[in-house]
Ligand binder design. Structure first.
Ligand code: HEC
Length: 108
């Protein structure tokens, strides 16, 4: 009986903890994104120019998140991006989306 109560209690805590963390997933933390972007900009140009690797700045956050999830789920076939996206948490992807989405491509 006690074990059952404890079990229910633990589930309650887990569920409320999950609901609590949802808002941070909805909109990314731009500062965290800037921090995480150092890895990305070794390949992707911050200027938004195309140099063999597609530019990723100035996108709507939802498209950015969707594409990163497609690499994560291996729906998009690119081993490099699959590995990179696979290491990121949803929160980190949202943060990167907020950061890169806030940048404007320079004159092309
Ligand atoms: C080692 C080089 C490299 C690194 C580092 C890298 N990328 Fe990429 N990325 C690529 C290449 C190459 C492609 C094109 C892959 C393809 O054709 O699907 C790409 C594609 C993408 C795309 C899709 C672009 C499009 O127009 O479809 C996004 C979004 C993206 N990367 C985000 C990121 C983010 C965010 C990071 C950092 C966490 C990152 N990349 C780090 C090489 C890299």
């Amino acid at each position: 009986m006690t074990g059952r109560v404890l079990h229910t209690l633990l589930i309650g805590i887990a569920v409320s903890g999950f609901a609590f963390s949802l808002p941070t997933f909805a909109s990314g933390d731009r500062e965290l994104g800037q921090y995480l972007s150092s890895e990305c900009v070794t390949c992707h140009q911050l200027s938004g120019r195309f140099q063999g690797i597609p530019p990723i700045v100035g996108w709507p956050e939802t498209s950015f998140v969707q594409i990163m999830n497609e690499y994560r789920s291996r729906k998009r076939q690119n081993p490099v991006m699959q590995t990179i996206a696979g290491k990121l948490s949803p929160e980190e992807i949202a943060a990167l989306a907020a950061y890169f989405g806030s940048l404007r491509p320079q004159s092309q």
